[in-house]
Ligand binder design. Structure first.
Ligand code: GDD
Ligand code: MN
Length: 406
């Protein structure tokens, strides 16, 4: 009901937008395009498309229409489009976008299946447009769309590569949209980014920014698809220092739906920090794999202790504890490290067997290497470490290439 009212309201406006070019305009375009046999004349309202707003969505059905209404108001007089990039939301967010786009071609939907990730969704949206300037903003109305026009005017001169909408300078604030814990977490994350990566921006975690598309075209192969921190990744991955502008805004509370930021997003963020800090020598996936591996050691030792106190003989206790650690590592890697390639149902079980078999080979390889090492250089800890590195490397490579291959 609401949707139909809304579409009717937009109709007179759309008719005006669809006025085709007259024949002299078409000829002029043909003449300019001298050497190509077929020339394409874009519809009038798309000529000079200046700004694309990329909005990642996951279960944001109720926010789509209010957001589009707000964009229409905020971007009056600007040639814009909005691209919703949806990760196959269970609430069919994408259907709402498609309903709108039938009557307004400035609205587009990209539906991604079997994939999750805010950063990857934004990247895909940005790479899909030909607008020279791209804004990224959340769908949930927490970002202040009335800032977009000023951000665009800051970009227009061509001297600014990136404008960050910040909650942490000038009149900006995050108190309305975040509870105390999220505020403290956000401050800590920013502190780490500033210290480790020396980024200068006051809000490197912002999900609200505007950027030159060609910059992303260039950086795309380096950018991580996972996690929330696309802005930090862009700043940290650029080989040249960027000219960054800032504008403050008040982060609004979320009204419909809920936040998707969970523990795995925090871990992915730590992974990204380490990856960028190591100048991409270590990938975020490796960091997660390593953290899961460490948790496996804890699981193994606590289980072993528990079983030994319960009176099990050492060999039996060790075998059961190791089995526990393998299952726990597999499950965590499936949920976190390889979240984007997650195995489900029967594949979950076959994957677990594959993982266990490959890890056993890793143990053999590690034992072989450490024995060889020990025979050359009888330092127990050095030989043990060499074996562990080989075993872990083997596990990581076979996990990436076999168990969770693309
Ligand atoms: N396509 C897609 N895939 N979209 C996603 C995914 C995903 O896996 N996860 C979240 N989103 C979308 C949401 O639907 C929403 O439009 C936007 O990304 C932001 O997600 P929220 O879950 O609302 O994030 P938040 O409000 O908790 O976090 C905010 O603050 C962070 C910094 O502290 C956001 O502005 C983040 O971008 C920001 O990094
Ligand atoms: Mn939000």
């Amino acid at each position: 009901m609401f949707l139909r009212d809304f579409v009717d309201l937009t109709r007179p406006f759309m008719l005006e937008q669809f006025t085709p070019m007259n024949s002299s305009q078409l000829i002029a375009l043909d003449a300019r395009d001298g050497d190509s046999a077929v020339s394409f004349s874009p519809p009038a309202q798309r000529a000079g498309l200046e700004l694309s707003v990329v909005v990642p969505t996951f279960n944001e059905r109720e926010n789509v229409i209010p957001l589009v209404e707000r964009l229409r108001k905020a971007l009056a007089g600007i040639s814009w489009e909005v691209i919703f990039v949806d990760d196959d939301s269970t609430d069919r967010t994408v259907d709402v976008v498609r309903d709108l786009s039938i009557n307004d071609p400035r609205i587009r939907a990209i539906r991604r299946v079997h994939r999750r990730g805010l950063a990857g969704a934004c990247l895909e949206g940005i790479l899909s447009t030909s607008a020279p300037i791209v804004a990224v903003m959340d769908a949930d109305l927490q970002h202040d769309e009335t800032r977009l026009a000023t951000m665009l005017s800051m970009m227009r001169g061509g001297r600014t590569d990136l404008v960050v909408a910040t909650r942490y300078s000038g009149d900006g604030s995050s108190g309305q949209g975040f509870n105390r814990i999220r505020q403290a977490g956000s401050h800590m994350a920013i502190g780490m980014a500033k210290r480790l990566l020396k980024v200068e921006t006051s809000d490197p975690m912002s999900g609200f920014f505007m950027v030159r598309r060609t910059l992303i075209d260039e950086l795309a192969p380096k950018l991580s698809q996972q996690g929330f921190k696309i802005l930090l990744d862009i700043i940290a991955s650029s080989p040249m220092p960027l000219s960054i502008g800032e504008i403050s805004y008040v982060f609004r509370p979320r009204i419909h739906g809920e936040s998707k930021l969970d523990a795995s997003v925090v871990l992915e963020y730590l992974g990204l920090l380490v990856a960028k800090w190591s100048r991409d020598l270590i990938s975020p996936r490796m960091v997660l794999f390593g953290l899961v591996g460490l948790s496996g050691v804890v699981v193994h030792l606590s289980m072993l202790r528990l079983l030994l106190t319960a009176g099990l003989p050492f060999a039996a206790g060790q075998a059961v504890a190791m089995l526990f650690a393998v299952v726990s590592n597999y499950t965590l890697n499936n949920a976190l490290t390889y979240r984007d390639r997650r195995r489900r149902g029967l594949h979950f079980l076959t994957g677990m067997m594959m993982f266990a078999a490959l890890c056993s080979l890793g143990v053999l390889a590690g034992t072989g290497v450490s024995s060889l090492f020990y025979s050359q250089e009888p330092q127990w800890w050095l030989a043990g470490l060499a074996g562990a590195v080989i075993g872990a490397g083997w596990n990581y490579i076979t996990s990436s290439m076999i168990t969770w291959r693309r």
